[in-house]
Design a protein around this ligand. Structure first.
Ligand code: FE2
Length: 376
């Protein structure tokens, strides 16, 4: 069953105690930040932005920051064993550690969330350099993932204090990626509701869409999902949990290989999805493919669309429609060796939903990949 509650309607009576301006950055803890940054530059078209490491006085880690329009990614590697970054990579493989959120007041964000039961990751701390000052704070969410609140109104440097601008000769053409549309978390059995309540109570989010195991099931496996949205709708976090099926679901495979709960996919928005996906595919990004029959029934299902079907079919781009418009989307295969994190590329043409009409075709495609890995 799906219901869509539109922000700004009469239901919205409370004041937003955690006004979020959007995703500030996504930080990955990885085994080799230098090579990860190169991959996201070459394959996704990100640009070098900032660097921190031994040359800048940081002794235990190296971080590379890349950016494309409003999407900022940070790749961090431990330089030695026996610290939280090294342990994270040992346990989870390469994966998302931080979903950072931009706020006007990071101290207030920390106070409001921790007093409602959020577990502190970082008390408010002021950091400054010649380019100004920022205030950072943070709380834990599912698994070992954290939300860092970033207050940067008084900062003009490339990224954060402690980072220097990273200028390189290699600046590949971008791929029209614009901003983070949503980030999805996979949580354990029976843990979706507790995390839904966490986002409601601790962060003031609202559940705008729900999918049960009848919406999201194939012949073999199932999952359940609830989409949580910040009060102003700028930040959306769908939460998935596995559901009973004949075989192992993709969420179970994730939990097994990530060794716990974590970020399953990051959805990046574009206004030119054919161009974006063509460029990414040409540069080596692998996307999930649905069978050709998907396109035979497509227009009957979604009605008229502005795009030609042919490039959509060639690239494997999916289409879905809701009451407000339609969307185009496609999913990469996992971007690391463990079958964990992947990316979604999404173009919204009015639709504010998440592609429910594609779930079945999509999950069957995922199961084919799971089968090839021997994990179904
Ligand atoms: Fe998604």
């Amino acid at each position: 069953m799906s219901t869509l509650t539109i922000p700004g309607t009469a239901k919205e009576t409370q004041t937003d105690f955690l006004p979020l301006q959007g995703t500030d950055y996504v930080e990955f803890y990885v085994g080799n930040a230098k090579q990860a940054a190169h991959f996201y530059k070459s394959a996704f078209g990100f640009q070098s932005l900032a660097y921190a490491g031994p040359q800048t006085g940081v002794r235990d880690r190296v971080s590379y920051v890349v950016r494309q329009n409003k999407v900022t990614l940070v790749f961090t590697t431990a330089l030695r064993t026996g610290n939280a970054i090294a342990d994270h990579v040992y346990l989870h493989g390469d994966g998302v550690k931080v979903l950072a959120l931009r706020v006007d007041d990071a101290a207030l964000a920390w106070e409001e969330t921790t007093k409602r039961g959020g577990k502190s990751y970082m008390e408010p701390v002021k950091r400054s350099d010649a380019d100004g000052e920022v205030v950072l704070s943070g709380i834990f969410t599912y698994g070992e993932t954290v939300h860092v609140f970033v207050e940067r109104n008084k900062y003009s440097g490339p990224f954060l204090p402690g980072f220097v601008r990273w200028d390189t000769h290699y600046n590949p053409v971008e791929t029209c990626l614009l901003y983070v549309d949503h980030c999805v978390g996979n949580v354990g059995w029976n843990m979706m509701e507790p995390w839904v309540r966490y986002y409601e109570q601790v962060m003031g989010f609202r559940n705008i869409l729900s999918f049960d195991d009848k919406d999201i099931s194939t012949e073999y496996s199932a999952l359940m999902s609830k989409v949580m949205s910040s009060g102003n709708g700028f930040v959306k976090f769908p939460i998935n949990e596995p559901a009973e099926g004949k075989k192992k679901s993709q969420v179970e495979e994730f939990l097994e290989f990530f060794n716990g709960e974590g970020v399953q996919h990051v959805a990046l928005a574009t206004n030119h999805i054919v161009e974006t996906v063509s460029r990414m595919r040409d540069r080596g990004v692998e996307f999930l493919q649905v069978p050709p029959s998907y396109y035979e029934e497509l227009l009957d299902r979604v009605g008229p669309i502005e795009e030609d079907i042919r490039p959509l079919r060639e690239l494997g781009i999916l289409v879905d429609r809701d009451e407000e418009g339609y969307l185009l989307q496609i999913f990469t295969k996992p971007v690391e060796d463990r079958p964990t994190l992947f990316f979604e590329i999404i173009q919204r043409k009015g639709a504010r939903s998440f592609g429910k009409g594609n779930f079945k075709a999509l999950f069957e495609a995922i199961e084919r990949e799971q089968g090839l890995r021997g994990n179904l």
